[in-house]
Design a protein around this ligand. Sequence first.
Ligand SMILES: [Zn+2]
Length: 52
Amino acid sequence: MVVRCRVCGRTVDVAAWSREHEILKKASDDPAFVCDACQERIRAEAKKDLPT
Ligand SMILES: [Zn+2]
């Protein structure tokens, strides 16, 4: 199953037995897939925005 990352537009081949595939199957209406690299970046930016 090939999905496209919402953030960078990169296509990722999600294996049928993976956890991601299960999640995407359940959210078939709107599979908001974000690749690992973008998830990392989003996490880093969220951390940065926290008030110190
Ligand atoms: Zn991405």
